[in-house]
Design a protein around this ligand. Structure first.
Ligand code: HEC
Length: 147
């Protein structure tokens, strides 16, 4: 984890160096779509059938911290600083990043929960661990970090 913290710090310093006004820009690597372009149209057509009510967010939260163990990598506060020793490669997503929320449609998040993000520690959770309906609830909770 120390390695990734150093990498994160490195990115932060790099960003500060390149942003003329000192505004912290989102990492362009992070904003790149994860869904392959051939599947994007279909993924974007998937809409969350569950409204973002406190009750539904609470259901999603129980999976995030419970059987779907998202918090081990994304952290209990959603900041992407989980505590898996030796996790290498791309860092877990920071769900408090508003630019990232703006860059993704809900269907793209469902696609990642179905397929994982190939080549990273983000594996697929549907259908092994979550049903599609459960995943939509988790997505409501993930979105709540960005508000
Ligand atoms: C073993 C660690 C690990 C676990 C457990 C994990 N993730 Fe991830 N997650 C990652 C990593 C690493 C990335 C970054 C992948 C990338 O940059 O493409 C990621 C990325 C994501 C993304 C962003 C994809 C995008 O479009 O940018 C979402 C959404 C996500 N995870 C949701 C979840 C949810 C919900 C759970 C629980 C069901 C979960 N993750 C569990 C490691 C994990």
């Amino acid at each position: 984890m120390v390695g990734s913290k150093i990498r994160f710090l490195g990115f932060y310093l790099l960003c500060m160096g390149f942003c003329p006004l000192g505004v912290e820009a989102a990492d362009p690597e992070v904003l790149k779509p994860r869904v392959p372009s051939a599947q994007m149209e279909e993924a974007r057509s998937w809409k969350n059938p569950f409204p973002s009510t406190p009750e539904n967010i609470q259901i999603g939260k129980s999976f995030f911290h419970g059987k779907a163990f998202c918090k081990t990598c994304h952290g209990k506060d959603g900041k992407g600083m989980g505590d898996i020793p030796g996790l290498t490669g791309k860092l877990p997503r920071n769900f408090t990043d508003k630019d990232w929320h703006a860059a993704r449609m809900d269907g793209e998040l469902l696609w990642v929960l179905k397929n994982g993000s190939p080549g990273t520690a983000m594996v697929s959770f549907i259908p092994q661990i979550l049903t599609v309906d459960e995943a939509w609830h988790v997505i409501l909770y993930v979105r709540s970090f960005g508000k």
